[in-house]
Structure formats: structure tokens, C-alpha cells
Ligand binder design. Sequence first.
Ligand SMILES: [Zn+2]
Length: 330
Amino acid sequence: MDRYSRQTVLKEVGEEGQKRIGQGHVVIIGLGGLGSVTADALVRCGVGNVTLIDRDFVEMSNLQRQTVYSEDDIGKPKAEVMFKRLKKVNSDVKLKTLVTDINRNNIEDTINEADIVMDCTDNMKARYIINDACVKHGIPWIYTAILGTYGMTMNVTPGEGPCLRCLLPKKPKAGSLETCATAGVLFSIPRVMANIAATEAVKILLKAEIRREMLTVDLWKNEYELTFVSRNSDCPCCGKHDFTYLDEEEDLVVELCGRNSVQVSPGEEIILDLGAIADRYPRSRLMGDSMLKIPLEEHELNLFKDGRLIVKGTDDINKAKALYSEYVGR
Ligand SMILES: [Zn+2]
């Protein structure tokens, strides 16, 4: 128990609390700026079972803020890099890794045995799926999002407090929100938000009092704001138990098209404001009214007004989906 001596001496944890942390199972969805820090924190503090999920690979543009990855890791699956690293940090923790895209078909099996689910994703679609699945199965989850210089986080405890759809009943349309790829991310904000969320997760395992409000932090402006979100008895999810996002056929349609390119279609009717996206991404080039070219280091993105994205320079379907979330948002 020497490993946890600084923690068991805390009156908030103690020997009994440490045992409880050791019996906990946390599922972390997404291992980018938020997820990598969350995983590192929870493994170090002794959460007994941690499931690490990410569909993507480490890229050069991640290293500015995703502190656990290094140049040697570029091109490797994030979940596998994390597994190797965290095994060395704390070999007592049972780690499970999944290199996969979380969707309505696999979410329920994935979170089945979790005590808490950490949303460390970069897209609203995944969050609505997580919300429906967690409310359906009565599993607490923590919503955390970052953009630019700010972040927000909210604890969702089904049956007690509000859920994501009490706050936002419907998922915002694809292409309507800024994303980290277009708005940027301050190097420090993911670490701060991830550690706040990880602390709330440990408090949930300890059955301690948790924050009941949504917290918004802007590190540049030094603003910290608590917003009370009330539970809506008419909420389609936690009120009426209508788990739309686990049922509906709104998934992205992904197909290989030609050599070394993948097309991702939104699976719903949308019209993108390409001009607005072009303004957010200075390296992009409008090709007439209906197409926007975005050159990246290893890929070229061709984004169409009807929401389709053709990713050139890959045959990897998960990579293409990840780029869709990153650049179009969904
Ligand atoms: Zn609700």
C-alpha cells in the first residue's frame, strides 16, 4: 500500500476509500487530450479496472497538448500506446483496450460492467449515444468538452440529476459547431478539464458528494462559472426513456472510393455552410460553391455542401470517421 500512502492519509480517501477505488471500473471513451490525461490520472490513483477506447492514431498535431504521447508514437493506435505506457505506471490495474469506433451497436456491451463512463470524445454524436446508453443502464457518466481556451464538464447521474438531453434535447446539426481542428485548443485546457472530471469520477466511486452544476472554465480569461441545469420531466431520454440515439439509422455511411480514399456521408440530410467552415480553417480553399479543399499533413479533405467528405490518402475507415468528427463535427 506504499504506492497510495499520500492518498490514504487524506481524510477524503482513507484505507477503506482506497479499497473502493481499487474495486472501481471506469470506461474511458476517447484518448485524445482529455482521455489520455484522464486515463493517466485514474490509473495512477489506483482505479482497479480501466477500459481504454479510441479509434484513432497518434499524429504530430496531437503532441502540443496530449502529454502522454511522444514522437516515437506517431502512427500507432492511441489505445495501444496508452496500454503499454500505463502498464508501466501501475501494473496492478487491469487494463482493457479497444481500438474501435463507439457507436449505437457496440456501446451497450462496452459499458455493461462500468461504474462510470468518461466522455473524452470530440463529437456530439458520440455524447448522445453515451447519454442514451448510460441513462438506459443507470450508469453515471461525465460529459467533458474543450474548444479554444475553454472547457465544460457536467456529471450525469441517472435517476438523480439532469442528463445531456435535459440540457440540449436534440443533437446539434453536423457542421453547425466549431471543432478543435478549426477553432484550435489551448495546450493547457484539456489537462485541467480532464483532472477535474477524473476527480469527480473518484468521488463517485467513493460515494462522496459530487458537483451538481455544469462547470465552465476559460483559462485565458480566468473565468470559472457554475451553471445549474435542472432536470426536465419531459426529457425524451431520462424522462420518457426514449433512447432515440441507440435506435435510429443516422450513422455515418463510410465507403472506400478508388485507390487510397474513403468517402464519409452524414446519413441525414444536411447543408453545410462551406463559407463559414472555410473562414474557420485558413488553409482551406473553396472550389466553387459546392466544395471545400482542406490540405492536411498526410491527407487531403474534400468537403461537399451536402455533408459528404472524401478523405484522400487513406484506406482506413476509422481514420476517415475521426477526420469527419474533427473537421465537420457531428
Ligand atoms: Zn434528461
